[in-house]
Design a protein around this ligand. Structure first.
Ligand SMILES: Cc1cc2nc3c(=O)[nH]c(=O)nc-3n(C[C@H](O)[C@H](O)[C@H](O)COP(=O)(O)OP(=O)(O)OC[C@H]3O[C@@H](n4cnc5c(N)ncnc54)[C@H](O)[C@@H]3O)c2cc1C
Length: 396
């Protein structure tokens, strides 16, 4: 049996290992002390695990593979009662449309998004900010509805949203948003999304090496040599299931294509904080608070109550807030736990990575790539999707 190394124990790495286990002797290397990558949770008093990263999946067919694996492993899916309320300095600027007067105010803007936005996916040159200048959308709608939604669901700082290629925002809108509500309904896995990762690991024959960061990867006589702390290991094949820039940093002698595609990534740091006291204006199940007076200074904090939003069985409500790392929203004394994530920002250059993933995977017969951050939307489903298509290739 050929020896296969998988670097990265997020959803993409564990799913890939699960799918190819019959044909390979697999070792999975994970730098952290847990599997799941961004799909992580923290155990709190009483034994429940609350999500710190991945929280929800659209309940539509867009997330069919995530849902199919949850069903295969006997995990229950539950609807997440998501409401959105955007507050800017405590003034409510947007509430989920149903029952509010906003729908009438915004009807022209929403109609444009639903019927005119398709054409915008063709150009990578124009930016979201250009839409306002061209009077396609009202400034109020862009600032207080579209930009916060896009920043929330694309994990980008508020100000950077206006600099994103219009194609990125329009592509996300056209794929994920419901015609009349801004987002479709969502599911989560009862008891916590980390269970999907647990089930992949339990149902896969592989050696798991936690706390093991691979430092260097070299091509060597048709095989691959992995440099670990004080050790070297040789494999027939290797799959990078990490962020593209992390993979590039490990490669000893990257090819021209690897250099060009993997290095074109900008990242942004997000912190997830678990805390006791509610923070900011909390009205819906999931609340986006906006602070600041202009686009440059505005920052956002997304907060949800784990009992209220996910129906978790907790002795008292505890909240999770996602925010940019330099905008600490919660008093130190109130913090129960924190995790930090580095996520790629969707620029035009990152589209080129997903457009050319096949090329990257055929560049060499020993080194392959998969993962959410090689796909256009960066969602959990993208990770599973890319693992499934790479598995097809490895099993040929
Ligand atoms: C805070 C947050 C919330 C999110 N919420 C959602 C959501 O609700 N729904 C959704 O669909 N998507 C969400 N996403 C996006 C989603 O998390 C990702 O799309 C997906 O989980 C990424 O999976 P992955 O396996 O491709 O990468 P990761 O989860 O990033 O896994 C990569 C792994 O590689 C490991 N690694 C890196 N370098 C090395 C090395 N040198 N040696 C060994 N291991 C290494 C890392 O430690 C990591 O565990 C969220 C992301 C974040 C950050």
């Amino acid at each position: 049996m050929q020896r296969l190394a998988v670097i990265g124990g997020g959803v993409s790495g564990v799913c890939l290992a699960h799918l190819v286990q019959e044909q390979y002797d697999i070792t999975l290397f994970e730098a952290q002390d847990y599997l799941g990558g961004n799909n992580c949770s923290i155990e709190v008093e009483g034994g429940s695990r609350v999500p710190m990263g991945v929280i929800i999946y659209p309940a539509r067919e867009l997330f069919e593979h995530t849902q199919a694996f949850a069903d295969k492993f006997g995990l229950q899916r539950k609807p997440a009662h998501l409401a959105h309320i955007f507050c800017s300095n405590d003034e409510v600027r947007y509430r989920s449309y149903s029952g509010s007067g906003h729908f009438l105010r915004d009807i022209k803007d929403v109609a444009y998004l639903n019927y005119g936005f398709k054409a915008e996916t063709e150009s990578h040159d124009r930016k979201l900010g250009d839409l306002v200048a061209g009077n396609k959308l009202s400034k109020e709608f862009v600032d207080y509805v579209l930009a916060p939604f896009a920043a929330l669901y694309l994990s980008v700082p508020y100000a950077a949203i206006f600099e994103l290629p219009l194609s990125t925002v329009a592509g996300w809108w056209n794929k994920y948003c419901h015609p009349f509500h801004l987002m479709s309904s969502f599911n989560y896995i009862d008891g916590g999304n980390h269970q999907l990762i647990d089930r992949f690991a339990e149902n896969t024959r592989m050696k798991i090496r936690l706390n093991t960061a691979v430092s260097k990867v070299s091509r060597s006589d048709g095989q691959v040599l992995l440099q670990l702390d004080n050790d070297e290991e040789r494999f027939d094949k290797l799959v990078f299931a990490t962020r593209p820039d992390e993979a590039l940093a490990m490669l000893d002698s990257p090819t021209a294509t690897e250099n060009q595609l993997l290095g074109n990534i900008e990242t942004n740091t997000l912190t997830s904080t678990l805390h006791r006291q509610p923070y900011g204006c909390l009205d819906g199940d999931i609340t986006l608070n906006m602070y600041g007076d202009d686009r440059a200074s505005t920052h956002m904090v997304t907060t949800w109550g784990n009992r209220k939003c996910f129906g978790m069985d907790l002795p008292e409500e505890i909240y999770t807030s996602l925010h940019q790392v330099d905008k600490e929203p919660v008093d130190d004394s109130d913090i129960l736990a924190q995790r930090t994530f580095k996520v790629p920002v969707q620029m035009a250059s990152t589209w080129r990575v997903s457009d050319r993933l096949d090329e990257l995977n055929s560049d060499s017969d020993a080194i392959y790539y998969c993962g959410s951050y090689f796909c256009p939307s960066y969602y959990h489903e993208d990770g599973i999707d890319s693992a499934m298509s790479l598995a097809g290739r490895l099993l040929e």
